[in-house]
Design a binder for this molecule. Structure first.
Ligand SMILES: [Zn+2]
Length: 464
């Protein structure tokens, strides 16, 4: 964000000091700032190049900045709008420019006393203007405003303003006198999009001198019906976006952009301290689909395939494509969690391409490790069926027991519930994993468990 200039630092406290020759001058004229924008970055005139009257602004590290007037631009400098500088520059001098602009407007707007029309002069002890007639004292004005990331079912509400900034934004607005910030959030979201919100969580703040603001970012969740009724006067568009559909702003300056980026980079599950979606809220249901990969070469040969990697057959690919069609009817699938084995991965990729959703690989969804039964013909190995009924016994020669398999599958489902509350998740994995998953949701006798069968690309739905 624009204020993130570490290791540099802006020192904003007022000091009654005079400029030195190397002091930097911030000269505004008709809301434009005198600067030189070159490949080396942003530059401003020095006091040595002028004899203007100055007002101390602030320091950045050991450089002092002063407000001055210089209507005629010296050689190499020209007047830029703040928007031009925002689009073309970055770093500590851009932050200095925004902050100087905020102070410049305050000084320019307060030459006379609002009470008695007397002349204002600078206080000698603090950043304040004092009326020479009646003594009325005023302090710099900062407008509080909120930036709101509204989320619902794994998506975030992205807007574009009807006027002004042309890129993607979030709901935003000024706090009015007599309301709390949380009330501003609820009111602005309602006015701009017709949505009710809940679980308002503070994120971060940002000084935004360009609009004389202090911006406070909040995430919250849409409550009830999440269909949007957009205010056409304020907005040009307001749409729900999945994480991978979010188009960021061209620059990294704004709090808005950071909030959109956070939602995108966390694939829609914000860190718990900012997330408005409560995973312990029992009214928020997570839908989980389980499927088994398409037919493989080892399935076709009727060989035992656990952790042995093998490819899908042409028929297996067709099955995956058919499943993708079926899943497309379930538009609400927001993410695919997938076993790392090739047959599951390929199946997941075919579905993900159709649904335009991300794939998260989770090794806990890999198939049961069958030890030395791997790649044996199923029909010639009757002891394999018997071994699968011994819950606590590891598969021959270094394989896994059923309890070990179930332990990792349960832990994966626990994490899906925690990470994707209120969302719909498709797990693409294996027959043995699907069988273990079934027992997470439903009681099964040993016999029922042994006879449970999941066909290639069959789909089962659970709700928790
Ligand atoms: Zn006065």
């Amino acid at each position: 964000m624009i204020q993130d200039i570490a290791p540099s630092r802006l020192y904003n406290s007022w000091q009654n000091k005079a400029p030195r020759p190397e002091s930097i001058l911030m000269c505004f004229h008709e809301s434009r700032l005198l600067a030189a924008v070159t490949e080396d970055g942003l530059r401003f005139p020095k006091y040595a190049e002028s004899s203007a009257d100055t007002t101390f602004l602030f320091s950045v590290d050991d450089e002092d900045f002063f407000l001055a007037e210089m209507p005629e631009a010296p050689a190499g400098f020209q007047y830029y709008t703040m928007r031009e500088l925002r689009d073309r520059c970055e770093g500590k001098y851009l932050y200095a420019a925004f902050t100087a602009y905020h102070l410049h407007l305050w000084y320019a707007d307060n030459r006379y006393c609002g009470r008695c029309r007397g002349d204002m002069q600078h206080d000698t002890a603090e950043r304040a203007l004092v009326c020479t007639e009646c003594g009325h004292k005023i302090y710099p004005r900062i407008n509080p405003a909120v930036i709101v990331g509204v989320v619902s079912r794994g998506r975030i509400l992205i807007t574009r303003y009807r006027r002004g900034y042309a890129h993607n934004a979030l709901v935003a607005g000024f706090t009015e006198i007599g309301e709390t910030l949380e009330e501003t959030v609820a009111r602005e979201v309602m006015e701009e999009t017709g949505l009710h919100v809940r679980n308002i969580r503070y994120y971060k703040s940002q000084p935004w001198g360009m609009a004389q603001d202090i911006l406070m970012g909040f995430f919250c969740e849409a409550e009830g019906d999440d269909s949007i009724r957009m205010d056409d006067n304020e907005l040009k568009s307001a749409v729900w976006c999945k994480p991978d559909e979010i188009e960021l702003q061209p620059q990294q300056h704004s709090l808005t952009n950071e909030m959109m980026k956070l939602f995108r980079d966390t694939n829609g599950h914000l860190p718990p301290e900012y997330s408005p979606v409560k995973s312990d809220d029992t009214s928020v249901k997570t839908h989980i689909y389980f499927t088994r990969h398409g037919e493989t070469t080892m399935n076709a040969a009727d060989h035992i395939s656990g952790i042995t990697d093998c490819e899908l057959t042409a028929h297996g690919i067709e099955q995956a494509e058919q499943l993708a069609e079926i899943c497309a009817a379930h538009r609400e699938i927001g993410v695919i969690v997938c076993s790392p084995l090739k047959r599951a991965r390929k199946t997941a990729e075919i579905i993900a391409e159709k649904l335009h959703v991300p794939i998260v690989t989770d090794a806990r969804l890999r198939e049961w490790d069958y030890g030395s039964y791997e790649d044996q013909p199923r029909s010639g190995t009757p002891e394999f069926q018997a071994a699968k009924r011994e819950f606590g016994v590891r598969m021959k020669d270094g394989g896994e027991s059923l309890l070990q398999l179930t332990h990792r599958v349960y832990s994966c489902i626990d994490d899906i519930r925690k990470n994707y509350p209120g969302q719909t998740v498709l797990c693409v994995c294996h027959g043995g994993v699907c069988r273990a998953a079934e027992t997470y949701f439903h009681d099964m006798t040993t016999d029922a468990f042994s006879h449970f069968f999941m066909g290639n690309c069959e789909l089962r739905q659970y709700e928790i």
